[in-house]
Structures are given as structure tokens and as C-alpha cells.
Design a protein around this ligand. Structure first.
Ligand SMILES: [Zn+2]
Length: 315
């Protein structure tokens, strides 16, 4: 079936396949899942399935399916507002007007909303949710469905993407990254939370890890207080969010090193050195200090104080 292009999520795919082929189409779908969980893939497949002219929807080979997959179908409209964090109310109002114009060639007119809507935007959307035209379909994509107003959420058919089983993720990554080392694939799987997109980013070596994370791992493995100071002192001027990102990366990697020492898993290239140089006791202690630092950061303690605390406790 066409939905097989989305990895895992068997139950969700089966139930969507069944309802599309029985012509049960909702006006509003909420596709939720963390970054890299396949929200965009699912949205495309669902849009294709709704507009498909084949017998087993989405067939992915009829002209309608092909146009959706190539992103050239005139009745699939993406609503985005690249200049703002949330889609502005003006844009929501514009597409509300557009929606009352009949579809060009399809049975439905589908609006894809990959970006979050603020409260005002959601209120403007509510007016449509109350009385949509028969051909209108909305696909709202979100990392966090909790951000939606309950009045909006309750009107949507919720499609929640789940993490993939490690075996499935591993075989997909091995086939997509034939050059990757097995230990790096294993580490990417652990750190991705089971989401293909995140594992792929890690293996592509994108800017996922902060340079300070690599520096910290080196300094901590080398047991060199001066090197540690050199990493932490410039971070005293960071914003709290930025500092939290770094601390969470450090915590995750120290956790990975500790699991390696417990013998369960093979270290990745990032944590191999750390496993050789630091005892399980050192790692457990450092993890506890990082957890304290993270609690401080959440309680509005200044980055300067937090970095000072870490310089002292991890030296
Ligand atoms: Zn088709």
C-alpha cells in the first residue's frame, strides 16, 4: 500500500488506508510527532490518498498522486509564514477566503499547515472549523499538540506518529547509510529517540552537536580542569536556552558512556574515549552534577553561576 513509504506506524497506516478507501475523510487532521518523526511524509501521503483517482488509495501512480508527491498539485496549498514564528492572523484570514473558491481539478482542496498557529491564528481558524466547505481539508502539523487550543484540537482527527522499533530503524539506516560504522548507527538510534529523521541528521553529521559538546567531552575525558574552564567560561554569557541545549547534550552523552561501561552497548566514536578514561563512578557523579545544573537553569539561576558550579564540581 502507498502508506508503506512511511516507516513503522502500522496501526495508523492501516486505519487511514481503510478509511480513505471507504471514502471516510475528515475535514481536519492533526498530525503530531517530534522532529523527524515523519509528519511531512504522512501529510503528503494523506493528501495524495484524498485526491487519488486509483482504486487502492493512495496508489502513488495516478496523475493526482504524482502531482501531490511532486508538490505541484493546484489543490494542495501549503500555508506558511516564514517571517514569523507563528502563522500571522492575516495569512489565516487570506486562506479562509481562498477556501471558498472551489478546487481546481481535485475532489478536495487541501491546506497543509506545517507551522504553528498562535492563539489569534487558531481563533481565526476556529471559524472555518465550525463550518468548513464540503471539499475543504486541513492538515495541521505539530511537534506538540498541547500547544493547540482544546476547542481546535477537539475538532481534529488526531494522527500521532510513534517512535520506530530499533530493528526497523537500524535496517532503514543501514540501507540508507551503507558507509556508516555499526557503532555510529547504534549511537544515532539511541540518541534519536526512535525517530528516523533525527537519526539521519545525526549520521549526516549536521550541526546537531554544539562544538562546545565535543570540547567538553574531550576536556572531561582528559581530566584537565584548565581545558574544562576554557569551555565553560565563555558559556557564562550564553542565554539560558542555549546553555540548556548544551547541558542536555552533555548529559545524554555521559549517559551513553555510562551505559557502554555497564556493557550493554558499544560506544560511538564520540564516547569511546570517555569510556576509556573515566570510571563508572566518575560518570555517575558527573551526570548528577549536570542534572543539578539543569534544574538550576530551569529555576532561573544565571548561566554565570551555573557554569561556575560546573567548573567547580566537574574539575
Ligand atoms: Zn493515486
Amino acid at each position: 500500500m502507498g502508506f508503506d513509504r512511511l516507516l513503522g506506524n502500522a496501526q495508523l497506516k492501516q486505519s487511514l488506508h481503510r478509511s480513505l478507501n471507504q471514502n471516510h475523510i475528515s475535514h481536519f487532521y492533526l498530525i503530531s510527532g517530534p522532529r523527524g518523526s515523519g509528519k511531512h511524509t504522512l501529510a503528503r501521503l494523506l493528501a495524495a490518498g484524498i485526491l487519488c483517482r486509483g482504486s487502492d488509495k493512495p496508489c502513488l501512480s495516478c496523475p493526482a498522486c504524482r502531482k501531490v508527491l511532486e508538490n505541484i498539485h493546484p489543490d494542495v496549498i501549503t500555508i506558511e509564514d516564514p517571517e514569523h514564528k507563528n502563522v500571522s492572523v492575516k495569512i489565516v484570514r487570506d486562506f479562509r477566503e481562498d477556501m471558498f473558491i472551489q478546487p481546481n481539478e481535485g475532489s478536495h482542496k487541501i491546506y497543509l499547515l506545517p507551522q504553528d498557529l498562535g492563539v489569534e491564528g487558531q481563533n481565526a481558524l476556529l471559524k472555518i472549523l465550525e463550518e468548513p466547505p464540503s471539499y475543504g481539508v486541513f492538515l495541521l502539523l505539530t511537534d506538540n499538540p498541547e500547544k493547540l487550543l482544546p476547542t481546535v484540537r477537539s475538532r481534529c482527527t488526531e494522527l500521532s506518529l510513534q517512535p520506530l522499533p530499533a530493528e526497523l530503524l537500524s535496517s532503514a539506516l543501514k540501507s540508507d547509510f551503507p558507509q556508516a560504522q555499526p557503532e555510529d548507527i547504534a549511537a544515532a538510534i539511541r540518541r534519536s529517540g526512535g525517530f528516523y529523521g533525527q537519526a539521519k541528521e545525526l549520521l549526516q553529521g549536521g550541526d546537531v552537536l554544539l562544538p562546545q559538546t565535543r570540547q567538553f567531552l574531550q576536556a572531561y575525558a582528559a581530566k584537565d580542569p584548565l581545558q574544562l574552564l576554557q569551555v565553560l567560561v565563555p558559556m557564562e554569557k550564553w542565554k539560558r536556552d542555549q546553555l540548556l541545549t548544551a547541558l542536555n547534550q552533555w548529559l545524554e552523552l555521559l549517559g551513553e558512556a555510562l551505559s557502554c561501561q555497564a556493557g550493554g552497548i558499544t560506544p560511538s566514536s564520540l564516547t569511546r574515549n570517555l569510556c576509556g578514561c573515566r570510571s563508572a563512578r566518575d560518570l555517575t557523579n558527573a551526570i548528577a552534577q549536570l542534572q543539578t545544573a539543569i534544574t538550576y537553569a530551569h529555576s532561573n539561576v544565571s548561566p554565570g553561576t551555573i557554569c561556575g558550579f560546573l567548573c567547580w564540581t566537574l574539575r
